[in-house]
Design a protein around this ligand. Structure first.
Ligand SMILES: Cc1cc2nc3c(=O)[nH]c(=O)nc-3n(C[C@H](O)[C@H](O)[C@H](O)COP(=O)(O)OP(=O)(O)OC[C@H]3O[C@@H](n4cnc5c(N)ncnc54)[C@H](O)[C@@H]3O)c2cc1C
Length: 412
């Protein structure tokens, strides 16, 4: 049976999927392989997890538990577990992650490999919490990389290029509680005139909109109780929504009541079918915060072209990190996430014009979502691309984990 990604726009060409039941079996698979690739929960929108020349390998079946070191405030977690499952296990131990992406269904290894993020002025991408990992390299050897090893800056957003990760060690903090609120239909001018204040008004702020619409749709805030966040009646002129008026939803995390971070920081519930249920494509672009308003205005100028194919945009902020090829490296950023209708040809034709419109702001791309950018531009825009390529080649001299995606962005 053909294996496909979650949104089913990609049929993987890899002829076989290995699902080892132990790390020893995984080592054996890789020791004999000339080409292989880790497959996570398949939520990327292109062929990053494919291996046409050999096997895909899933670590979802490896045994293992979440182990918290309360003194070091770290947690060692199974790489193939979903963030939602890990979050529940951490909450049960009284500790928390700094953030979650919108979707709790994604695997920890796949999400961190592609710089997955949530929102918040002080919240870096999820990979920034990676302080160690265990992985099986191209020779079939289990290796451990600990905090302090500089190559962790390459491996933490590693695009699956270094090996098959079996466990990740993540920085944790004491557990906290969160409530969510929403403000309806802010006017673009009011919002953009006060963008920093709005984005800084809570722990995680997410703007939902269509670019050609007269107002934005929603401000969605996630507020940490211990931060003492204010809940004004209006935000950028938009009224606070009474959660009782929201239609019941089986997929959205609860808006209104205070709850644990693990059940509030993602937009979607682990037991629901998220987003458009796979009937969608996604792209995402990052610009430095100092360009935020200009970049949003640039997108609004092409809104009439973009919106017919768009379900909606989600605008978020992400704090800087120092990971080598991170799209959020070096400077705090604004992210512009595009959830497309499943119009592959039209979307593909729009990617280059969008990247041209955002080029004056040195736009970077989400490596797990659709983009048009070629290898040279990708290389220019991230901090330590050449070092990253050198590290990949040192770890995998024969290119066992090379695939068409990594060739397109010039890693191979
Ligand atoms: C509905 C939806 C909502 C999303 N929301 C967000 C969001 O809020 N923020 C955001 O930033 N992104 C978001 N994404 C993108 C998503 O987080 C990324 O696509 C992420 O990579 C998904 O992880 P995965 O396990 O499904 O990866 P896969 O697609 O399976 O694999 C991605 C990469 O990770 C590598 N990989 C997977 N497992 C391992 C392993 N064990 N060892 C080494 N490498 C591995 C693969 O080889 C591949 O290179 C969303 C995607 C969807 C479908």
């Amino acid at each position: 049976m053909t294996r496909r990604n979650w949104s089913e726009n990609v049929a993987y060409r890899s002829p076989v999927l290995h699902e080892p039941a132990s790390v020893e079996q995984l080592c054996e698979v890789l020791a004999g392989a000339s080409a292989a690739k880790a497959l996570g929960t398949r939520h990327c929108f292109h062929d990053i997890a494919d291996q046409p020349d050999g096997a895909q390998v899933s670590v979802a079946g490896l045994p293992g538990e979440v182990v918290v070191d309360h003194e070091a405030m770290t947690a060692s977690v199974p790489a193939g577990w979903s963030y939602g499952r890990v979050a529940d296990a951490l909450e049960a131990e009284g500790v928390a992650l700094h953030n979650l992406g919108s979707l709790p269904h994604i695997s920890v290894a796949g999400a961190t490999a592609t710089a997955t993020h949530g929102s918040g002025d002080t919240n870096p991408i999820l990979s920034a919490a990676v302080v160690g990992m265990e992985l099986v390299d191209a020779s079939g050897t289990l290796r451990r990389v600990d905090a302090g090893d500089p190559v962790l800056g390459a491996l933490a957003v590693g695009l699956g290029a270094f090996g098959i990760i079996t466990r990740l060690t993540l920085a944790v903090e004491p557990s906290y509680t969160v409530w969510q609120d929403m403000y309806l239909a802010p006017a673009w001018d009011a919002l953009l005139g006060d963008l920093d204040a709005v984005m800084g008004s809570a722990y995680s702020v997410n703007l939902h909109a269509g670019f050609s619409e007269p107002t934005l749709r929603l401000i969605w805030r996630k507020c940490r109780v211990d931060a003492g966040t204010a809940r004004p009646d209006t935000l950028a002129g938009a009224p606070l929504l009474d959660p009782a008026t929201l239609p019941p939803s089986v997929d959205r995390t609860e808006v209104g009541p205070v709850g644990p971070w693990s059940r509030r920081l993602a937009h979607f519930r682990l037991d629901g079918v998220p987003s458009a249920g796979g009937d969608e494509l996604q792209s995402e672009y990052f610009v430095a915060r100092r360009h935020a308003v200009d970049a949003i205005e640039a997108m609004r100028r092409i809104g009439d072209r973009v919106d017919p194919h768009l379900r909606g945009t989600e605008i978020r902020t992400v704090a800087a990190d120092d990971l080598w090829i991170s799209p959020t490296g070096g400077e705090d950023v604004l992210s512009i996430g595009l959830t497309w209708k499943k119009h592959p040809a039209e979307v593909e034709a729009l990617l280059a014009p969008i990247e041209d419109a955002l080029a004056p702001f040195d736009v970077r791309v989400h490596p797990g979502k659709l983009f048009a950018m070629g290898a040279e531009t990708f290389r220019e825009r991230v901090a330590r691309y050449d070092d990253f390529v050198d590290a990949v080649h040192a770890w995998d001299p024969d290119g066992v984990f090379a695939n068409p995606y990594l060739r397109r962005i010039g890693v191979w």
